[in-house]
Design a protein around this ligand. Structure first.
Ligand SMILES: [Zn+2]
Ligand SMILES: [Zn+2]
Length: 341
């Protein structure tokens, strides 16, 4: 089969072709696995982190890609959850042990044996992949393949972040940064909690304007004082200033959820501004989001179908994966990028 393969860690500034087109053996499903013929795979910022070594694959060579949509060819799973011809999605969670204290509590995203699609097991930049049948998701009919793919990452993690805020209808939610995930969270809040207000903190005037167009009640710069204090805040930035400034504008008992794989060191000294009475006293909480569970992916796909979410998508052929990654890295274009296999 054809695949775009990552063989080494490299810097995209110097090497604009980090992946190689190759002919590799079609994977063989083992007991418990399904063979899936891939139709599309979304391209995510996490792939840039893998290529440049910030979130390196656990072994090389690796086939990247964790927003995969395809059709079941063969199912060797014991539970026969899917039959050949079913349309399935595969997200960042590829497998977890199912036995540890975290898995037993539904926190499989925290499992010490958590394996990520396209990082610890071959992913979707290829014609076929195998996946444990328990870790695939039926794609709702309302969504086309390429509409469903981007939802499997930004949507599912956005959904998990929103769950972790424990916001209720009528509560005020802040969003710091307004990228793909923030935009989907805003739409989910409007649907699930129609009496809630959303305040968006973003550096870019374009993002602030976009947030207001979509129905945010207020938009301002990071560090600006919003009209009311917040019940919860989701931060998707890679820096520290929004954490300190965000804690300052939470109500008593408020919670700040960080939805970022890593934070940079560039403004770490901002943390020295942390004052206990202003930022933490009155039972304010700080929490991060790590990975996703199957429940997050499944519930979010159903929600997206009910809400009629249809992401705007630009398609590239598989062979042009390098071009797609470079375009994503430069931040060009609008909407999500998917590879058509
Ligand atoms: Zn992703
Ligand atoms: Zn486990």
């Amino acid at each position: 089969m054809k695949a775009m393969i990552m063989k080494k860690i490299t810097n995209l500034q110097e090497n604009t072709s980090p992946l190689e087109l190759a002919e590799v053996p079609k994977p063989e499903p083992e007991s418990g696995d399904m063979l899936v013929e891939i139709s599309v795979c979304g391209v995510c910022h996490t792939e840039l982190d893998e290529i440049e070594g910030r979130t390196p694959p656990s072994h090389l060579p690796m086939i990247l890609g964790h927003q995969v949509v395809g059709t079941v060819v063969e199912n060797k799973g014991e539970d026969s959850l899917f039959k050949p011809g079913d349309r399935v999605g595969i997200a960042w969670i590829y497998s977890a042990c199912g036995k540890c204290e975290f898995c037993r509590q539904g926190l499989e995203n925290l499992c010490p044996d958590f394996r990520a699609t396209g990082r610890d097991a071959n992913g979707g930049y290829a014609e076929y992949m195998v996946v444990p049948e328990d870790f695939a998701h039926l794609i709702p009919e309302e969504l086309t393949d390429s509409q469903a793919a981007p939802l499997l990452c930004a949507g599912a993690i956005g959904y998990r972040s929103l769950r972790l805020t424990e916001i209720r209808n009528g509560g005020i939610l802040g969003l710091t940064g307004f990228g793909a995930s923030g935009h989907l969270v805003l739409k989910m809040v409007q649907f699930l909690y129609p009496d809630s207000e959303i305040y968006v903190f973003a550096r870019s005037p374009d993002q602030r304007e976009f947030a207001l167009e979509l129905g945010a009640a207020w938009a301002g710069e990071i560090g600006e004082t919003p009209p009311k204090l917040l019940n919860a805040l989701i931060d998707t930035t890679p820096v520290w200033k929004p954490i300190v400034e965000g804690l300052a504008v939470l109500k008593p008992g408020g919670r700040l959820v960080i939805n970022a794989i890593r934070k940079l060191e560039i403004d770490q000294e901002y943390l020295l501004k942390l004052e206990y009475p202003k930022h933490l006293w009155m039972e304010k909480e700080l929490k991060s989001v790590a990975n996703v569970t199957r429940r997050d992916v499944g519930e979010f796909l159903d929600l997206a179908a009910q809400m009629g979410i249809k992401p705007q998508v630009t398609e590239y052929p598989l062979e042009e994966a390098n071009q797609a990654l470079n375009d994503l890295n430069r931040g060009g274009g609008t909407g999500a990028i998917v590879l058509r296999i």
